[in-house]
Design a protein around this ligand. Structure first.
Ligand code: PMP
Length: 444
C-alpha cells in the first residue's frame, strides 16, 4: 500500500511470474528468481529456446471464453453480470460436506479407488431413472460420466470429427464449444436462431451443401440467447438429421432450470435411430466444481466414447460421484432445484424490469423461460467492445456478444447478462450502472 500498488496487483504479478516459470517460491522463505529461462533449465536439451517450442506446440485453439478481460484486471467491487454459472451462495455446502464424510466412512478405500471408467454404477442407474422421467429410455450401460460436460464435448468431437471435417453450430453459440471445435481445426458452419431456436430451413441448406459430420445444438435455454427450441422445430431437426444422416450432439446444460412454459421433449427422446448423443451436467443446477457431467449414447458410439474416456483420464472422481449419487437419490437434488428455480425466476423478472427501467431506447432483449441468461441487442451503432471498458468504469461487467460468434464482429451489437448469480438488489444496481455507461435514460 505504501508504494501505491494494491496487494492484489502484486499477488497477481507474482502468480504470473510463477506460471511462466521465471520465479519459484519456497514456503516460509519467499520468492526466488530462477537462473534460466524456462526450457533451458538443468539438463533439458537446448533446442533453440522459445522459437523451437513454438514450432512444436500443436494447439490451434482460440480461447473465446476468456478473451475479453484478463482475470487480473477485475475489481472486486464490480457487479459481475458476465458469469456463466449460478449463485455460489446457493451451493449446498453443508450437505455435501456431510455426504463426503459419510461416503468415506461407509465405503472406505473403495470410495477412492479409480472406479469404473464409465462412472460409478449406482450413479448411472440413478441418472437412467431421472432420464426416463424425461422420456429418454436408456440404461446405466449407455451413460458415461464425464469430467463436466465440457469433457463430453471434447470426447464426442474427438471421436466423430476428424481434423478438416465440419460441424454445424448455432449463431451465436456457447464459447467453450467454439473453443473445442476450433482447437480441432474443424470447418464450422453456423445456423441462425430466433426465440424458437435454430432456423431449420437454413440448417437444411447447410446440410445439403456441406454434409457436415455433426450438428451441435443447445435446445433448452440456449447459451447465450436463452432461446428454447419449439416442439415443431425439434421434430423437423430430427427428421433432417435422419434424412441427411448427420449425428446430433444435444447439449442440455440447464434443461431442468425452467420458470414457465411447457417442457419440450429432448431431441434424444424423439430420436428413433440412436443418432442423437445427449449430454448434460451438474455444473449449472448444482456445483460446477464437482466436475460431473454425463453423456448418453448408443451402440458403437458409446463403446468408443468409453475407450476415449480411458485414454483421457481413466475415470471421473469416484468419491464425488458417490456423494452425488446419495444427494440425487434421496430427493435432495430435486428440492434444491425447486428452491433455486423459485429464486432465479424472481431474479430473471428483476433483470427484465431493470432493463425496462434503465436501458436507452433502441435496446431490445430476450425473455427467457428458463436458464441463466438474457441476450441484449444494443442500440444501433453501439459496439459491445467499446461499451465494455465504459461499463467497467461504472463498476459493472457483461459478456460481450463477440465471444459467442465464430466471427466476433457479428456479435458486436450484443451482450449476454447473467441474472442467476446476483441478488435482485444487485441486479437492479448493475443494470442501472450499465444504463449509465450506455448514455442512459434521462431519469436514471
Ligand atoms: N455447455 C454449455 C452450453 C455451457 O454453458 C457449459 C459451461 N459454461 C458447458 C457446456 C460445460 O460445462 P461443464 O463442463 O461445467 O459441465
Amino acid at each position: 500500500a505504501n508504494l501505491g500498488v494494491s496487494r492484489g496487483t502484486v499477488e497477481s504479478a507474482y502468480a504470473e511470474l510463477l506460471a511462466e516459470g521465471l520465479i519459484t517460491s519456497r514456503q516460509g522463505s519467499g520468492f526466488y528468481v530462477l537462473p534460466h529461462a524456462p526450457g533451458e533449465t538443468g539438463g533439458f536439451p537446448r533446442a533453440g529456446g522459445w522459437p523451437a517450442w513454438q514450432d512444436r506446440l500443436r494447439y490451434g485453439g482460440f480461447e473465446a471464453m476468456s478473451a475479453y478481460l484478463p482475470e487480473v484486471s477485475r475489481q472486486t467491487d464490480w457487479i459481475a453480470l458476465d458469469g456463466g454459472a449460478c449463485d455460489p451462495r446457493l451451493f449446498p455446502m453443508d450437505e455435501f460436506r456431510r455426504l463426503l464424510g459419510q461416503v468415506m466412512r461407509r465405503d472406505g478405500a473403495a470410495a477412492v479407488e479409480y472406479g469404473e471408467i464409465a462412472g460409478f454404477g449406482p450413479l448411472r442407474a440413478t441418472l437412467a431413472q431421472v432420464l426416463a422421467s424425461q422420456g429418454i429410455q436408456t440404461g446405466p450401460g449407455n451413460i458415461l460420466i464425464t469430467a463436466g460436460s465440457q469433457q463430453a464435448l471434447s470426447l464426442v468431437a474427438g471421436l466423430i470429427l476428424p481434423p478438416g471435417s465440419s460441424v454445424v453450430v448455432e449463431r451465436p453459440t456457447y464459447a467453450g464449444a467454439l473453443d473445442v471445435f476450433r482447437s480441432r481445426n474443424l470447418r464450422i458452419h453456423t445456423v441462425g436462431l430466433d426465440e424458437d431456436g435454430l432456423d431449420v430451413d437454413e440448417l437444411e441448406g447447410i446440410l445439403r451443401r456441406h454434409k457436415p459430420g455433426l450438428i451441435y445444438t443447445i435446445p433448452n435455454f440456449h447459451n447465450p440467447t436463452g432461446a428454447c427450441l419449439s416442439g415443431q422445430r425439434r421434430r423437423q431437426l430430427i427428421s433432417l438429421a435422419g434424412r441427411f444422416d448427420v449425428p446430433v450432439l444435444e447439449d442440455d446444460y440447464v434443461g431442468d432450470i425452467r420458470y414457465e412454459g411447457h417442457v419440450q421433449p429432448t431431441l434424444k427422446s424423439l430420436d428413433p435411430d440412436g443418432r442423437v448423443i445427449y449430454m448434460s451436467t451438474f455444473s449449472k443446477m448444482l456445483i460446477p466444481g464437482l466436475r460431473v457431467g454425463f453423456v448418453v449414447a448408443d451402440g458403437p458410439v458409446y463403446a468408443h466414447l468409453l475407450r476415449s474416456k480411458r485414454c483421457h483420464d481413466l475415470a471421473t472422481c469416484n468419491l464425488i460421484q458417490r456423494a452425488l449419487k446419495d444427494y440425487v437419490s434421496v430427493g435432495r437434488y430435486a428440492a434444491h432445484l425447486q428452491r433455486s428455480c423459485t429464486l432465479y425466476r424472481r431474479r430473471r423478472d428483476a433483470m427484465l424490469a431493470a432493463l425496462e427501467r434503465h436501458m436507452p431506447s433502441g435496446t431490445r432483449w430476450t425473455r427467457p423461460k428458463g436458464g441463466l441468461f438474457v441476450w441484449v441487442n444494443l442500440p444501433e451503432g453501439t459496439k459491445a467492445s467499446d461499451l465494455l471498458p465504459k461499463a467497467c468504469g461504472k463498476g459493472v461487467i457483461f459478456a460481450p456478444g463477440g465471444n459467442f460468434h465464430l466471427d466476433p464482429a457479428q456479435g458486436e451489437g450484443f451482450m449476454r447478462l447473467n441474472f442467476a448469480s446476483n441478488s435482485e438488489e444487485i441486479i437492479e444496481e448493475g443494470i442501472r450502472r450499465l444504463g449509465r455507461a450506455m448514455g442512459g435514460r434521462a431519469d436514471t
